[in-house]
Design a protein around this ligand. Structure first.
Ligand code: ATP
Length: 490
């Protein structure tokens, strides 16, 4: 499996993800999606839209604005409680999320040593501690939360400098970015910390204009902003990120069942696009960790390079959101069924996924290094990104066998031009065929199509090479489009 450093380096080298403002030295864990990253991300979002809206009868799309009425964030609870507890180390000025600091004990028989580590999840904490403190495999690692929900007497050790009892008291830190709107000072607005609220405030608009009945859902993709105290693990936790969110409105008595159905559907979606079941897990939030209004919250976890971590959260939020917005706006957001004369505030199931985390997961999953033997019998390595056909950023690459023969270049350009309206297709003549194949494998291109002397001099056939099997077939060039269309599934 790919390590985080390898992944970061591949993303940079092959044009998937760059550090933002790089020529200025980068900026605070912000990232830009390069040409291939943009294509991959768009394909992931398209696959999501397809599954959650296009293929269903009960879903509507929405695209709400990032800036909203400030009262929205009072109603949602974000102004009052969207806080992470923050602590500083007085010795080294390191800053940590209090719920991300772990006390670590490495134990083997009667040998033991203790350390501290900062990490979001236990899996990650163990992996990080083993690496940082060179804890051997034979040692068992025991973790305890150090500052939040800590057992009495847990020592306080700074994960950065090792000082003891050097933390400040945890203090609340609101994670919303504030900004001013218009020319008049003091007109505060927030950059949305989640896309969900744009859906709730449009619940009634969508219900009435689309003539919907319960149950139905609204889906939205968009940027969200959180002033995270600690960012990290590449694009896993950043301050600007993108979400794919669904609010599914239903009768209260159907909530538990539909919640489970959405968990199954979302798990199925990741598998449909190539994530293996072994690398997925579910985490049930215990009562203490769940918001007071949620009756059940389940996270879909993925085995990222730093360990199992949250990919998507799926919560049963009951009637909390619509009740709150009803009260704060004065606009009743209940639902009336004429036939039964029944009036309810609908319950809401919320599957909320991170686009950037999905990109990271699909990249991690697709990465493979293969040991091959070349024609001379020598060992040869190949790096390949085995993306699902729908997600692969580039579907086909067309290349002339020799770029110094104009007819080959023209024929290859002509074929690429025919494919371009249908799929993302690259034309490439910047190296030997062997090298071009490897380059395309490394970005996950499904098919390489080579135009050679025979194509123009003789039979009009081209060679198509399959990314996964590396098998090659010959096909008349006018059949290439149809052949690809049959194989590039959505
Ligand atoms: P975490 O516990 O990792 O901070 P969360 O539980 O606060 O995440 P939610 O509020 O449930 O996250 O947001 C839904 C989804 O949005 C997450 O599952 C994740 O995929 C994505 N997400 C949340 N915060 C970030 C972030 N800072 N960077 C990238 N993606 C994020």
């Amino acid at each position: 499996m790919i390590g985080m450093e390898q992944l970061v380096s591949l993303c940079k080298r092959r044009g998937f993800i760059f550090p933002s403002s790089e020529i200025y030295g980068g900026f605070q864990s912000t990232y830009d999606y390069g040409p291939l990253g943009t294509l991959l991300k768009n394909n992931i979002k398209a696959a999501w839209w397809r599954a959650v809206v296009q293929e269903r009868f009960d879903m509507e799309p929405l695209d709400a604005s990032i800036l909203m009425h400030p009262r929205v964030w009072e109603a949602s609870g974000h102004v009052a409680v969207f806080n992470d507890p923050l602590v500083d180390c007085k010795a080294c000025q390191g800053r940590f999320r209090a719920d991300h600091v772990w006390y670590v004990e490495a134990v083997r028989g009667d040998q033991s040593a203790s350390y501290a580590i900062d990490a979001g999840e236990p899996d990650e904490a163990e992996a990080k501690a083993r690496e940082k403190y060179q804890i051997g495999k034979r040692f068992e690692v025991r973790l305890q939360p150090m500052l939040v929900d800590a057992a009495e007497g847990t020592p306080h050790i700074c994960p950065n400098c090792g000082a003891t009892d050097s933390f400040t008291e945890p203090r609340a830190f609101n994670m919303m970015f504030r900004t001013e709107v218009g020319a008049v000072a003091g007109s505060i607005a927030y950059l949305r910390p989640e896309t969900a609220q744009g859906i709730f405030v449009n619940y009634d608009n969508v219900l009435t204009t689309m003539r919907r009945k319960l149950p139905f859902g609204i889906a939205q993709v968009g940027k969200a902003f959180r002033n995270e105290i600690v960012t990290g693990n590449f694009t896993f936790r950043t301050r600007e990120f993108e979400q794919m969110e669904i609010e599914y409105f239903c009768w209260p008595e159907d909530g538990a069942r539909l919640h489970q159905e959405w968990i199954d559907a979302r798990l199925g979606w990741y598998q449909r696009y190539g994530i293996s079941a072994d690398n997925l897990d579910l985490y049930e939030h215990p009562d203490a960790k769940r918001s007071h209004y949620s009756t059940r919250t389940v996270d879909i976890m993925y085995r990222f390079p730093m360990g199992f971590s949250e990919l998507e959260g799926i919560a049963n939020r009951t009637d909390f959101d619509l009740t709150q917005h009803g009260e704060y706006s004065g606009h009743t957001l209940d639902y009336f069924e004429t036939k039964t004369e029944r009036r309810v505030v609908p319950h809401v199931i919320e599957p909320s996924a991170g686009v950037d985390r999905a990109v990271l997961a699909f990249l991690t999953e697709a990465y493979e290094e293969e040991q091959l033997t070349n024609q001379k019998g020598q060992a040869d390595n190949r790096t390949v990104l085995r993306f699902h056909p729908a997600l692969a950023p580039v579907k086909a690459a067309v290349m002339p066998l020799a770029r110094n023969r104009q007819e080959l270049v023209d024929a290859a350009m002509d074929l690429a031009g025919q494919l371009k309206p249908h799929f993302t297709t690259q034309y490439d003549d910047t190296g030997s065929i062997g090298r071009l194949y490897r380059r395309q494998d490394e970005i996950g291109t499904l098919y390489c199509i080579t135009v050679d002397h025979q194509t123009v001099d003789d039979d009009g056939q081209v060679t198509i090479r399959d990314r996964d099997t590396m098998e090659q077939i010959r096909l008349p060039r006018e059949e290439v489009l149809g052949w690809l269309q049959e194989r590039i599934t959505t």
